[in-house]
Every structure is written in C-alpha cells, then in structure tokens.
Design a protein around this ligand. Structure first.
Ligand SMILES: Cc1cc2nc3c(=O)[nH]c(=O)nc-3n(C[C@H](O)[C@H](O)[C@H](O)COP(=O)(O)O)c2cc1C
Length: 379
C-alpha cells in the first residue's frame, strides 16, 4: 500500500518515487555519498553545487566535480549562477555534452561572501534578474528535454520576503518544480523552518512544490506532506551520518514500517564503506580519508563511544587505520534512540545579511552583480 496523499514527482519525463530529494550539500553530496544514499532507497540525489562560470570556463576542478556513477539514471546537477548569459552557456554545455538529466538552480546560499555580492539567497530580491536567469536556463535546457528546478529560501529576512513572487516568476519561466527551504537568509540554519510558508507556496503555484527544512526522520517527511500538501520533500542535514534515512523514507512513502535501527556494528560497516567510496571518488586514500573525517561525529552521534577513539577516527588517514579503530568499538551497542528527531549538521546563529550597497532599494534593476560567482560553499 502506498501513501494515499503522495504521488510520484514528475520532473520532465522522469518520475521520482518516492517524491524525495537528497538536498545538494557542498562538500557532502559527492558521487560517493550519493551512492551510499541511493543504495538505501529511491528518490533523486543532487550533486554538489557547481558554478556556471566554472563550467563555461572549463575549470578542471569544476568539471571534476560533475561526476556521476554509471548507474545514476537521473543525474541531478545543481548550478549556481548570477548571469543569464553565462547560465545559458553553462546549460547549453551541459545539454550538448550530456552532463546531466536535471538542473537545479541555487538561490538559497546565505554565505556572506556570496550575498555581499548579490548572489545566492540575495538574488531573488532583484526579481527581473532572477526571472532572466531562470528563463535563460529553461530555454537552454529545453531542446535536450532537461527539466530545470529552482531552490530558494523565503527571502532575505522577514521584511524582505521573496518566495511567493519568485515562485510565480519561476513557474512563468517554465520550471518543472520549485523547492523552498523555509528559512530566510538571515536565519541561516537557526530556529525552525516555517512549514506554513511551504503550504502557502504550494497553494499559490500550479507546478510541483518541494518542501525543505528540518526533516530529521521519515515521519517528519510524511508530516510535512500532510501539513503542507507539497509534492515532494528535500532532505539535507537529516541524512548526515544516516544514509539509511532514505530506506526509512522509501518505506514510509510506501506505507511500510521502518526497518530496525542499526547497531553500532552496522553503522561501522557503513562508515567503512563510505570511506572506501570516497577513496575511489577522490582518487587517493589520503584525500578520501581526510574527506571522510567530517562524517565521523555524525555517524557516532549519541553512541557511547569514548573520546579517544572518536578523536582518532576524526584524524584517520588510511583505510587500515580506520578498520583497526572500527574494530575496537562494541558492535552490539544499540542505536541511541535519544539521537532520533534531533538536529544534526549546521545549526548556527542568525546573522544580518550582507548585501551590495543599495541592493534593497531597486528591485527591478537587473544589472548582473560583479564577482558574485567566486564562492563554492553552498547554501
Ligand atoms: C553542509 C551543507 C552544505 C550545503 N550546500 C548547499 C548547496 O551547495 N546548495 C544548496 O542549494 N543548498 C545547500 N545547503 C542547504 C541544504 O540543501 C538544505 O536546503 C538545508 O540544509 C535545509 O534542509 P535540512 O533542514 O533538511 O538540512 C547546504 C547545507 C549544508 C548543511
């Protein structure tokens, strides 16, 4: 039995089932992490943010980040751009070189380095520029049948909300869906996501709406669909150190009970696999293990594992060392239930949004902001 209120999410000719999307997360959702999550359940799995300029200028580091596994049948690529022409050129290149099956546009990044120059979550305020960028991407993607989606925040702050207008502009431009991380840029990752705003956006649009923010368990995803009527959910921090959340989500949307929570031994096996996938993806044991370190605390959250092993794992530099350390923890420890439903990953304080001089005074100015494409740190 499938959940009566949820249907597959159409993105172009592709149907995403369950209607669950792994949120793009810079430094996290690389080919290794996506594979780990994909092995657990269905859905769409978005890569790390890629800059349009990096693509157009064929910057080797950027092109290397566009890595999909041969069995990724729906290659979701997130693009960050501020210039309609550069965005169009990047999308044309993606289409002509068959680099992706779906393009998501990032208008949610709250990082000061980006907003200070008018990029990311600052950009929808300049509604004409926003519309031109989205339209440029849609038009360039159309001949290849690549669906384009937009991911945005509620606005800059509570006095400068943009999501409803931006949703309508994106719909008018021809996007396949709109995703809302229901926080303002000012909130960054603090407080709670405003699911009422997601419901309001859903009411206002005809294209599918995806809700994002504070889904920590599969039951939260179902609750979001029930409360807001959204067509799908986007999951970011909830799956950090818990790729099996996608199995729980698949079960929940199919109306099946969740699988048993993993013991520490089962978590350790996933950690060992994650590290190996990273070693393969990053072409080297040293790089792969160094990248794996950031995941250690998320995997062990709530488990009574001593500080010494935790510290050693967080500095691991080879797979042999990792295996040795993982052998030293008690595999029979049950999953710590108190860690369920709890925030993980970034939970920082709100902060005033840095913007270019005069940004808020001229909504219809569609001048392309300068130097706003330098950062790669996501949103
Ligand atoms: C480490 C990290 C990196 C992120 N990078 C991006 C990014 O590159 N592009 C983007 O649109 N959002 C990015 N985000 C935001 C997430 O996609 C998501 O919108 C946000 O975490 C809220 O969802 P959640 O409550 O499920 O975590 C990032 C979030 C985190 C924690």
């Amino acid at each position: 039995m499938t959940l009566a209120l949820a249907a597959p999410l159409p993105l172009g000719t592709h149907e995403v089932w369950p209607p669950v999307v792994l949120a793009p997360m810079a430094g996290i959702t690389n080919v290794a992490f996506r594979r780990l999550c994909r092995e657990q359940g269905g859905g769409a799995y978005v890569c790390e943010m890629i800059t349009t300029r990096g693509i157009v200028e064929r910057i080797p580091k950027t092109l290397k980040m566009i890595a999909f596994a041969p069995d990724e049948d729906f290659r979701s690529l997130q693009l960050y751009g501020v210039d309609p022409d550069v965005t169009a050129a990047a999308v044309r290149m993606i289409a002509e070189e068959n680099l992706a099956d779906h393009i998501d546009l990032n208008f949610g990044c709250p990082v000061p380095k980006v907003t200070r120059r008018g990029g990311g979550s600052a950009l929808p305020w300049r509604r004409r520029l926003f519309g031109r960028i989205v339209a440029a991407a849609v038009v360039a993607a159309r001949p290849a049948g690549i669906p384009v989606t937009v991911k945005m925040r509620k606005g800059i702050d509570n006095k400068h909300l943009t999501y409803l207008e931006a949703g309508l502009i994106a719909q008018e431009a021809g996007v396949a869906a709109v995703a809302l991380h229901a926080r303002t840029a000012e909130q960054r990752y603090s407080g709670t996501a405003d699911w009422d705003a997601i419901a309001t956006l859903k009411q206002a649009l005809d294209v599918p709406v995806l809700g994002n923010g504070d889904i920590w368990e599969a039951s939260d995803a179902i609750r979001m669909v029930e409360q807001t009527g959204v067509d799908g959910v986007v999951i970011g921090r909830g799956c950090l150190g818990r790729p099996w959340l996608f199995a729980d989500l698949s079960a929940a949307f199919a109306g099946r009970p969740a699988q048993a929570l993993p013991t520490l031994g089962q978590v350790a096996a996933i950690m060992a696999r994650h590290a190996r996938l990273l070693v393969d993806a990053l072409a080297g044991e040293r790089h792969g293990c160094a990248d794996f370190r950031k995941h250690v605390a998320w995997y062990l959250k709530g488990f009574p594992v001593g500080g010494e092993i935790r510290r050693a794992l967080a500095m691991v530099s080879s797979l042999a060392e990792l295996d040795d350390l993982l052998d030293r923890i008690d595999p029979n420890l049950p999953f710590p239930e108190e860690a369920l439903g709890q925030p993980r990953g970034r939970v920082n304080a709100p902060g005033k949004v840095s913007l270019p001089y005069g940004w808020l005074n001229s909504r219809d100015d569609d001048t392309v902001p300068e130097f706003a494409e330098m950062d790669n740190s996501g949103g």
